[in-house]
Ligand binder design. Sequence first.
Ligand code: MLT
Length: 393
Amino acid sequence: MKLNEHFSALSESYLFATVAQKSAAYAAAHPDKKVIKLSIGDVTLPLAPAVISAMHEAVEEMGRKETFRGYPPYEGYDFLRESIAKYYADRGVDVPVSDIFVSDGAKSDCGNLPELFGEDNVVLVPDPVYPVYVDTNLMAGRKIVYAAATKENGFLPMPDESVKADIIYICSPNNPTGAAYTKEQLQKWVDYANEREAVILYDAAYECFVQDGAARSIYEANGAEKCAIEMCSFSKTAGFTGTRCGYTVVPSALVRGGVRLRDMWFRRQSTKFNGVSYIVQRGAAAVFTEEGMKQINENLAYYRENARLIADCMDKCGIFYTGGKNSPYIWLKCPGGMKSWEFFDYLLNEIQVVGTPGSGFGENGEGFFRLTAFGDRENTKEACERLYGLLKK
Ligand code: MLT
């Protein structure tokens, strides 16, 4: 028996699992202290009423012989795929229904999409970025090269002609920095990928947070349908972190070596995935109704206000930060030259606030720290008071 030896290239535990373990251990040892978690980007507001009522109705349908449903279509129900296509069309982006695949979330698709590519491809990943891109490719034994996202380039690395890359990950708005590419900047990435016959895996999980005219989809750039796959999710948009639903666009026009990647993805999904439940897909479709959109926008405004509170606190403490405008994360420089995990321990021990160490997102994240705006308002306010008490100039 031979195990997958590539697992030895991974760190012992997944970033958010390590953070959760450490904060749980602290809470168990200090039952008298209230620990406030501003770490993993998990939502705290309930599902929108429009979503709940659509799901209730779907439950009723599942309880009647005439309306009961068995296995869902592998690519998702047309009612949801059509709503997603319209969501794109309303923003002036043309995405055909047939290119949309509904899934149980962007994380799974992100982890599964690399199966379409051979082992020898070179993967280009921004640093810092969502750790799933790196970890899943390490598991497959691929070579990874990094594009540094630093304060100097506004946390938005641009293509480097001298770098050879076959698979290019872009996350915009970026997790963790919150930096978001403009359409013109994305055009440069698309041209770079098309020239090299590379494929872009574009993570748009935070598109709904864009406020300043930055791009919300890679397909805003010309020719992107010939080189890019886009993943998106209802998790951050509509609070589906525990409900699980997302979607990925694999354009029919994306062909490599004479093979349509859309067909490969369909083959992969139909073999390994039995779809998202009817009840959840009905809930997801309700997000796109007029009422659903209004309700989820109220929730997004709540999280934006949390981001503003955290950003204000950083301003008052004189701490450099970015993000919080086009994203629900504040990306801050650890004060006093502290390293990321050092600052994590300092905040946990001194004021019982948990964040995510920047070094967990890549080497360039060392010395940085991420706080999420997805928390409950009262807890966010309390965390800000504690942070101000500890870190004020
Ligand atoms: C994060 O905190 O970066 C994300 O919520 C984690 C995830 O979506 O898997």
